[in-house]
Design a protein. Structure first.
Length: 502
């Protein structure tokens, strides 16, 4: 028996199996959950199509499924007069190695009986055709995010027909560490407010004081890899690792403004130095000062009519006839259309010891950022052209995945997907048929981008570096440099077109 006291002081006891005492199953017991990107897409699509977004939690979910493991237990004194009896395990008890998969299968059968089917690109997003739109249910183990014109009907069927015990049912307000609230104008915002407060409380527990306020996560152009301060002792290493773990999660739920800084600092997780711990304390101080940062779900179609989309002839190039294959088994499109676009950037020589650059990518649907990426490149590039080309290739790879996800969710996509980059030479090299490759070691990235653009499904457009929000994810920036980019994306309420007039 395992006993617990919940955060709201509710007391709970649970009979848990000692799965470590059972043999290894002969099957895969992997059980997936919806990605955080998938949750953001579902919430966006609900706002786009004027659907309600509800959340609910299935109580004791695993116990709603039956185990296939052949197990028994001998009752102890806590069973009273049944002590000594042999009990065959029937339920998928918490603790068993296959219980996660059994629950996943059980709930999948329930959703299929309700005429939902899984998205092929995000199998834990389930969808149901309603004629002019789709309903969606995003499943994270036993947490459900429901996008529907009538979520109460779905909840009623789960409770009355399938006899699930649901709790926390109602409008989406908190999920996986992220708060969901509306601005005064009704715009829904995703904001890790409670989680940043938890980070502040952790800081106080570790250091006995609140974090100081900073305008930027790290000193601009800082190089932590050159730090030569003393190595931390074991207790401080644990503090450092705790802080890294929390910071990585807050990035996943919306604070991409610290992504490149935490990526840099996480590389020292095994053997951090005093200077590295001081830097993590600064990152916490920045998060606390900028705790009002939030992603707002803005569904309006952006105006890209001023982009120069010169119609070029690829028929006399190796890419003649290039086209993007349409995935098989796409559901019919329903609901309002979307425009997909992406900003990419690279920071040459980000790591002063290895010489490796950083790839930074920020994906938007209509006017809402829904996914982001920041990672050290796997090879050393000796020029900006090479680093930007690698970043462009990675961006288009991800854009193809995003496009396919929206297609499999039945979303109408308007026009080609647009990639914005701030290196004019790379943009021209990928977009103009007459340009020839001068750097053979970039051949794969070069041809990958050019073939994608030759299909007409992707446009590579130039954007001035100071207007490229991917800059936030590529370097250790100063407040004055990125505030014009951060403000409209993470802080501005109302119409962002009013910023210049504010």
């Amino acid at each position: 028996m395992v006993y617990a006291v919940k955060h709201d002081e509710r007391k709970k006891s649970r009979f848990v199996a000692g799965g470590h005492l059972t043999g290894d199953p002969g099957e895969s017991v992997y059980s997936s959950v919806v990605s955080l990107r998938g949750v953001r897409i579902v919430v966006f699509l609900a706002e786009l199509n004027n659907l309600k977004v509800w959340q609910t939690d299935i109580g004791n979910a695993y116990l709603e499924a039956k185990t296939t493991e052949k197990l028994y237990t001998i009752a102890g004194p806590e069973f009273g007069e049944k002590e000594g009896h042999i009990f065959v395990i029937n339920k998928a008890l918490y603790g068993l190695k296959t219980s996660g998969k059994r629950w996943h299968e059980r709930f999948a059968d329930v959703l299929r009986s309700m005429n939902f089917f899984p998205c092929k690109a995000e199998p834990d997003i389930w969808m149901r055709d309603c004629g002019d739109h789709y309903e969606y249910i995003a499943v994270y183990t036993d947490d459900l995010t429901i996008a529907s014109a009538n979520p109460q009907a779905i909840v009623d069927e789960l409770t009355k027909v399938h006899k699930f015990k649901l709790k926390g049912t109602g409008d989406l307000n908190f999920l996986l560490g992220c708060d969901y609230e509306r601005d005064q104008d009704g715009t829904l915002r995703m904001q890790p407010k409670k989680y940043v407060l938890k980070m502040k409380d952790t800081y106080y527990r570790l250091f006995g004081e609140n974090p100081r306020s900073y305008n930027s996560p790290l000193i601009p152009n800082d190089s932590p890899e050159l730090d030569e301060t003393e190595l931390l002792e074991e207790d401080d290493i644990k503090k450092y690792q705790t802080m890294i773990g929390q910071a990585q999660w807050v990035i996943q739920i919306g604070r991409f403004d610290i992504a490149v800084h935490v990526m840099t600092m996480s590389s020292f997780r095994a053997a951090p130095r005093k200077g590295h711990l001081d830097r993590m304390r600064r990152i916490y101080g920045y998060c606390w000062k900028m705790r009002d940062a939030a992603i707002r779900i803005r569904t309006g179609i952006p105006d890209f009519s001023d982009i120069d989309r010169a119609h070029v002839d690829w028929s006399h190039t190796p890419y003649a006839g290039a086209k993007e294959e349409t995935p098989e088994g796409l559901p019919p499109t329903r609901g309002k259309p979307v425009v997909l676009y992406t900003y990419a950037d690279a920071n040459l020589g980000h790591n002063k010891l290895t010489g490796k650059a950083v790839t930074a990518i920020l994906h938007f649907v209509n006017q809402t950022p829904f996914d982001w990426f920041g990672k050290t490149q796997s090879t050393v590039n000796t020029a900006t052209y090479g680093a930007e080309s690698s970043a462009g290739r990675t961006a288009i790879e991800q854009m193809r995945g995003n496009k396919m996800t929206f297609q499999y969710l039945g979303v109408p996509i308007q026009g080609p997907s647009i990639l914005f980059g701030d290196n004019q030479t790379v943009v021209n090299g990928a977009s103009m048929p007459e340009v020839k490759l001068q750097k053979r070691h970039l051949m794969l990235s070069y041809h990958y981008m050019r073939e994608a653009i030759a299909t007409g499904e992707y446009v590579y457009a130039f954007v001035n570096g100071k207007d490229n929000p991917a800059d936030i994810l590529s370097k250790h920036w100063s407040y004055s440099d990125v505030w014009p980019l951060l403000k409209p994306i993470l802080f501005w309420q109302g119409d962002t077109m009013d910023i210049d007039r504010a």
